[in-house]
Design a protein around this ligand. Structure first.
Ligand SMILES: Nc1ncnc2c1ncn2[C@@H]1O[C@H](COP(=O)(O)OP(=O)(O)OP(=O)(O)O)[C@@H](O)[C@H]1O
Length: 243
């Protein structure tokens, strides 16, 4: 495999990461990592702290470049971070329309704010929002440009448990509507099981496909299957016996 740098963009959705290497000084954080995402697939990326999950998302977002390997991503991408990163001096609506062009930009922003349950809050300032509302604005901002790929870096980690469950329902609803592929990083095994089409685990700078899990609605609803999967994922993360 050659290690030429070739970050390609293409029209289709879906993602191909092939033999990607990223180093920081002497430290190899991504070590010939492979990952693909199919069109409209929701993949959850689990992995211990510091293993390189955010580094991979930043590469896919185009915020960083690999030292080797190949990254193919769709042209329209959006990223949602753990902290909302809203502009505090702009109202909610303007935070969503930023970077949008065209006469229908405002209407599109209002529509997507309605989808995330924030109709009527468009004139609020970010500081007036709860953590859950601010993250819903972040989701609206990500989705308003109709991305083919949405990257979510621990988007709900700072929220309380009930708000987090509501956000899971919202993500499921938004997926049906927007048809984007999604790659979501989390430390929360239950969040992974609740949302994923496929769960992948990263360790030692790679994703080991022998540990990946595909989930059907049936697996998700059958409590025995869910408990087995939970135990297995915790073991993969080196957290066996913890809850
Ligand atoms: N710009 C940078 N310069 C130097 N080192 C970096 C840089 N970005 C990331 N690293 C290092 O790369 C490693 C992986 O970081 P990364 O943030 O990708 O991990 P992570 O899996 O997302 O961790 P966490 O789950 O704790 O958020 C860390 O050791 C980090 O210090």
């Amino acid at each position: 495999m050659s290690s030429t740098i070739a970050t390609e963009r293409r029209r289709q959705t879906g993602v191909v990461v092939e033999q990607v290497v990223r180093r920081f000084g002497d430290r190899v954080v991504l070590d010939h990592l492979d990952l693909t995402l199919a069109d409209e697939e929701l993949v959850i990326l689990l992995g211990p702290s510091g293993c390189g999950k955010s580094t991979l998302l930043r590469l896919l977002a185009g915020l960083d470049r690999p030292d080797g390997g190949r990254v193919e991503v769709p042209a329209r991408r959006a990223i949602v971070f753990q902290a909302d990163r809203l502009l505090p001096w702009q109202r909610v609506l303007r935070n969503v329309t930023l970077g949008l062009h065209g006469p229908d930009a405002e209407q599109r922003a209002l529509d997507v704010l309605a989808e995330v349950g924030l109709s009527g809050r468009e004139k609020a300032w970010p500081k007036e929002l709860s953590g859950g509302e601010a993250q819903r604005v972040s989701l609206a901002r990500a989705l308003v440009s109709e991305p083919e790929l949405v990257l979510l870096d621990e988007p709900f980690a700072a929220l309380d448990a009930i708000t987090r469950l509501r956000m899971h329902d919202l993500v499921r609803a938004l997926r049906t509507k927007h048809h984007a592929a999604m790659l979501l990083v989390t430390h929360d095994v239950d969040e992974a099981i609740a949302l994923a089409d496929r769960i992948v685990v990263m360790s030692n700078g790679r994703i080991d496909t022998s540990h990946e899990v595909r989930l059907s609605a049936v697996d998700r609803e059958a409590s025995v299957a869910r408990e087995e999967l939970r135990a297995r994922l915790l073991a993969d993360l080196g957290l066996a016996g913890q809850h």
